[in-house]
Design a protein around this ligand. Structure first.
Ligand code: NAP
Length: 256
């Protein structure tokens, strides 16, 4: 199937490692041009090399609205257009009700949510021209909870709400907006989290056993395949959807 993504310019926050890295790599394989916004110098450089220059690495962490505006301006300066935005950067920072504070909660929301809004806000004039697509990477924790991580989960829930809200607001421009909810994906972030347990190997085996399809984690590439499809015009009548790419983890019978 030709996804018709050749030369499409796609912004990806956190696009150098983990899920975002797999999305950038998949887009390169499709002939698209990823604009990778991620502080990871080595991985970003490797992706630009893989793309033989048909990619841009912006080696900074998105904090403020200005960072997002600058990323959009750089993308347009380099390639003259934007065809899609993948909001992906985030971290499960463990700001809970007990282990947390109102200030830490507000900071966690800022770190995990504000740049989702700002990147789309500043990219909108270009997305209107291209009738582009937006993919928000959320998390199953938005609908299941996790415990001890109020800020992250509140941001993930808001990303799902914004997916619906933006899909309605952007209907007149034929801009599609969808969300993906991963559950258990082995990435650098996941690796750091699993290492917080006294016996990481045992914990990993326990989690794998609970995943219905194949008793294994979802790979970053499996999330990327969905994201890339949603960015393509093969998904031309899909908008406002929350897509679970999780081997049945969120919905299937726990007794399986
Ligand atoms: P990851 O392994 O930590 O990779 C994320 C990349 O984004 C890293 O290179 C990170 O750089 C970068 N990054 C983080 N914050 C950034 C920011 N503000 N601006 C620019 N770059 C930033 O994470 P992942 O597991 O791939 O997660 C990606 C997304 O999937 C997140 O939104 C996460 O919530 C969601 N998700 C993941 C899982 C899972 O099982 N892995 C499950 C549910 C949802 P540094 O390493 O330098 O911070």
């Amino acid at each position: 199937m030709n996804l018709h993504l050749q030369d499409k310019v796609i912004l990806i926050s956190g696009g150098a490692k983990g899920i975002g890295g797999a999305i950038s790599k998949g887009l390169i394989e499709e002939g698209a041009i990823p604009v990778i916004i991620d502080p990871s110098e080595k991985e970003g450089k490797e992706l630009v090399e893989l793309a033989v220059g048909k990619a841009l690495h912006l080696p900074w962490r998105l904090f403020s609205a200005e960072d997002c505006e600058k990323a959009v301006l750089e993308a347009v300066r380099a390639f003259g257009r934007i065809d899609g935005v993948v909001n992906n950067a985030g971290a499960n920072d463990g700001v809970g009700l007990e282990k947390g504070s109102p200030e830490a909660f507000a900071q966690s929301i800022a770190n995990n949510l504000h740049h989702y809004y700002s990147l789309v806000h500043f990219a909108l004039p270009e997305l209107k021209k291209s009738q582009g697509a937006i993919v928000n990477i959320s998390s199953k924790t938005a609908v299941t909870g996790q415990g001890g991580t109020s800020g992250y989960v509140a941001a993930k829930g808001a990303q799902l709400a914004l997916t619906r809200e933006w899909s309605v607001e952007l209907l007149p421009y034929h801009i599609r907006v969808n969300a993906i909810l991963p559950a258990e994906v082995y990435t650098p972030m996941y690796e750091s989290w699993i290492q917080t347990f006294p016996n990481p190997e045992e914990k990993l085996a326990e989690i794998n056993h609970q995943i219905p399809l194949g008793k294994r984690m979802t790979t970053p590439e499996e999330i990327a395949s969905m994201a890339i499809f949603l960015l393509s015009n093969r998904a031309s009548h899909i908008t406002g959807q929350h897509l679970y790419v999780d081997g049945g983890y969120t919905h299937l019978d726990r007794a399986l």
